[in-house]
Write a protein that binds this ligand. Structure first.
Ligand SMILES: [Zn+2]
Length: 577
């Protein structure tokens, strides 16, 4: 788990540039489904235990599919009239459920450390476990091969020391070691890593970056992108093949959790239009295992947001363009940082600090960047983490949105610490929230005890209040901030249990199982403009997963253990375990 989707962008860009620039240039949608007709007879009949997610018909025995669409669902006898000589019947071994939707995840920035070793609190419950893992990895590595770790989160080891060069030298004296802090803002390196990067005690700090020193000697901390770049440039760069393999790995990991649609939430942050073009190129070569909706990133170094918007338009990437597999839908703007990284923007200071963070924009700049997206016709997708960030973006949105009528379904992301007033005003303005629900599970105790205090921590991820305000909230992973695991996140929506101590964070915000499941299916689909997905019903796409149990009729406690054996897109296999 890392904290922030974009703090590592310059580092990721420098590491991935060669592989990405070798990618596609022109946007060429594959249109796999073009010319496929929906007929009166089924080409596919799915027979078995079907859980539809549709309250008007929660379960069914059979589902008829033609041309990728559901043309009938109900009892087996109901489907008889839809079966013809060319109908193929399948009886999946498990419960057929609607494909799940992750409405906010990241492909590109996640590629930076995709192959790095997971050194999360989840895997290393004690600080010493981190060092033991580095040691084990170093012993496995070839001479000189770097040991690379990610998701190390010192916030979750209160009272423990900072990871130092000397500690890392002790467990890995011969191999370079680089461990990324889950905030993305820091690396920790050993002596061999500094040597590989030609950084010595005498090396000056680059502007904006810091090589931490104790009494003039490098202590192992490498802070912020300019210093991190010196380290990353000493590592071998991923080839285009590596990048393509990584994209496949990410999408298959999503499918393994029952996901059939995602929103890539910062498309173009590293390589501009080429990222979107590459998705189409890959999908043209072999249909992707998951449908991808993209949010075009509004910020590129050295360009104004207006120039960025013009670049997308010049490449033909306009709102809702693409095809049934890869479609451009939104304009992404980031208001503030990460709350667990203490860079979210709050009205009151962080515990132990005098300030509550800041916004990435001036009020005028925010107004302008949102207006540029709206002028181009995009759905707004605005990252707002702290309560002041929500206020900041909402103020601009309240002024702008009345001038842009239409069913664009604008979204605020994370909306981690909203007030009652803000939720009410979001509903009035036509802005729906998407919550990183497992903030509660993984960091709830840290927010309560060390970052924000109990009163503000209770306001974390107010899914119930969002429903009560008349909003259509969704739940997302923000992968690789958390793993793509919608059923675990939905369980957190129901239980609000903290991983650290098992306690419940503000039970008043717990939702019903049905509400939690809607947030990873129908509402998430609605938010990515995919009204043809989210339930299994006539007229919807036959996007479904085969699960070991039915979330709609089983205890939420067991949802994370539900296994997915297969997924289908438009009635054809997309993933097999
Ligand atoms: Zn994100």
């Amino acid at each position: 788990m890392s904290h922030s989707c974009c703090s590592t962008s310059p580092v990721a860009r420098a590491h991935l540039d060669e592989g990405l620039s070798a990618g596609a240039t022109g946007v060429e949608p594959a249109h796999h489904a073009r010319g496929v007709q929906v007929g009166e007879r089924a080409d596919l009949l799915v027979v078995g235990r079907i859980s539809t997610g549709d309250p008007s018909l929660p379960s069914a025995e059979a589902m008829a599919v033609s041309g990728g669409q559901i043309i009938g669902i109900g009892t087996k006898a109901d489907m008889d009239a839809l079966v013809g000589p060319s109908t193929t019947t399948i009886s999946p071994d498990g419960v057929v459920i609607p494909g799940l939707v992750d409405p906010h995840m990241h492909i590109w920035t996640s590629l930076l450390s995709l192959t790095w070793t997971d050194m999360s609190h989840e895997r290393c419950p004690k600080f010493d476990d981190v060092l033991a893992l580095v040691k084990a990895e170093a012993q496995k590595a070839a001479p000189g091969q770097a040991v690379l770790g990610k998701h190390f989160d010192p916030i979750l080891y209160p009272g423990e020391p900072v990871l130092t060069r000397d500690m890392l030298d002790q467990v890995a004296p011969d191999n370079p070691v680089l461990v990324m802090n889950s905030s993305g803002h820091f690396f920790y390196g050993n002596s061999a890593m500094f040597a590989a990067a030609n950084v010595t005690d005498a090396t000056p700090d680059p502007p904006g970056g810091v090589f931490g020193r104790t009494d003039g000697r490098l202590n192992g901390t490498i802070g912020e992108a300019p210093a991190q770049l010196a380290m990353i440039s000493a590592l071998p760069k991923p080839t285009q093949q590596d990048i393509v393999a990584g994209i496949g790995q990410i999408l298959n990991t999503a499918a393994r959790r029952g996901v059939t649609s995602v929103r890539e939430s910062a498309t173009g942050a590293l390589a501009g239009v080429g990222e979107y073009a590459l998705l189409h190129q890959l999908n043209g070569a072999a249909r992707l295992p998951v449908r991808v909706s993209t949010a075009q990133f509004s910020v590129v170094d050295g360009k104004t947001p207006a120039q960025v918007a013009a670049d997308w338009a010049a490449a033909g990437v306009t709102p809702f363009s693409g095809d049934e597999m890869v479609r451009a839908d939104a304009w992404k703007v980031i208001t503030d940082g990460s709350n667990q990284g203490r860079s979210g923007y709050f009205m009151q200071p962080y515990m132990g600090e005098v300030a509550g963070g800041k916004a990435n924009w001036t009020p005028e700049g925010m107004h302008e960047v949102l207006g540029i997206g709206l002028d181009a016709g995009w759905q707004l997708m605005v990252h707002t983490n702290g309560d002041a960030a929500i206020e900041f973006a909402l103020t601009a949105a309240e002024d702008l949105l009345p001038k842009y009528p239409g069913d664009l379904r604008h979204r605020f992301e994370h909306v981690s610490f909203a007030t009652d007033d803000q939720l009410r005003r979001m509903a009035a303005a036509g802005v729906s929230p998407s919550f990183l629900m497992n903030h509660v599970y993984f960091w709830g105790a840290a927010f309560r005890d060390t970052i924000l205090g109990p009163e503000r921590a209770n306001r974390l991820d107010r899914l119930k209040s969002a429903y009560d305000a008349g909003l259509r909230p969704s739940i997302h992973s923000d992968f690789d901030v958390t793993d793509i695991d919608p059923l675990l996140a939905a369980r957190t929506g129901v239980q609000r249990r903290l991983k650290a101590d098992g306690s419940v964070l503000n039970p008043a915000e717990c939702v019903t199982p049905e509400q939690a499941l809607a947030a990873i299916t129908t509402h998430a689909a609605w938010q990515i403009h995919a009204d043809d997905r989210g339930t299994l019903a006539v007229g919807k796409l036959a996007d479904f997963a085969v699960a070991s149990d039915d979330p709609w009729s089983s205890d939420p406690d067991g949802w994370p253990e539900i296994e997915i054996s297969e997924t289908y897109l438009g009635g054809t296999p997309a993933y097999q375990a």
